[in-house]
Design a protein around this ligand. Structure first.
Ligand code: RB5
Length: 147
């Protein structure tokens, strides 16, 4: 599976470690983030990964900024994106099973690398359950269409 990863200046080191972790587990990783620790604008990278996901260039996306908040907000402005920001693995897993999230975000200033790896693993190992959850996700996407 091909995963797109993006980050601002706060997430350079965590991006590097998560990329290594993913590659060691057999994932192909495409880097859309900055590799510089110079201050930069997280919406640029949120949009890049979001566009890569909705265009099918990559299957899923991972975003890292200081809190995961700004970069996920930016990604969620792109039609077709369901980005979740997580600081623990349970929500990450359920966000896939119930909400069919296609982008995972977290904060390099909020969680440590081992927690980040657990979150990533739970998210990637989980599968969308469909059924009543599919109806609810369709309702979310309908809000996007109507507004
Ligand atoms: C950068 O200082 C910080 O605002 C950014 O990484 C992120 O946390 C925004 O939500």
């Amino acid at each position: 599976m091909k995963i797109g990863i993006g980050n601002d200046h706060t997430g350079v080191e965590m991006k590097r470690e998560i990329t290594e972790h993913l590659r060691s587990r057999g994932y192909e990783v495409v880097n859309y983030g900055t590799d510089s620790t110079e201050s930069c604008n997280y919406p640029v990278y949120g949009e890049r990964v979001a566009m890569a996901v909705v265009s099918g260039e990559v299957e899923l996306g991972i975003l890292i900024c200081g809190t995961g908040v700004g970069i996920s907000l930016a990604a969620n402005k792109v039609n077709g994106v369901r980005a979740v920001v997580c600081s623990e693995p349970y929500s990450a897993k359920l966000s896939r099973q119930h909400n069919d999230t296609n982008i995972l975000a977290f904060g390099a200033r909020v969680i440590g690398i081992e927690t980040a790896k657990m979150i990533v693993d739970e998210w990637l190992n989980a599968q969308f359950l469909g059924g009543r959850h599919a109806e609810r996700v369709a309702m979310i996407m309908d809000i996007e269409r109507r507004n």
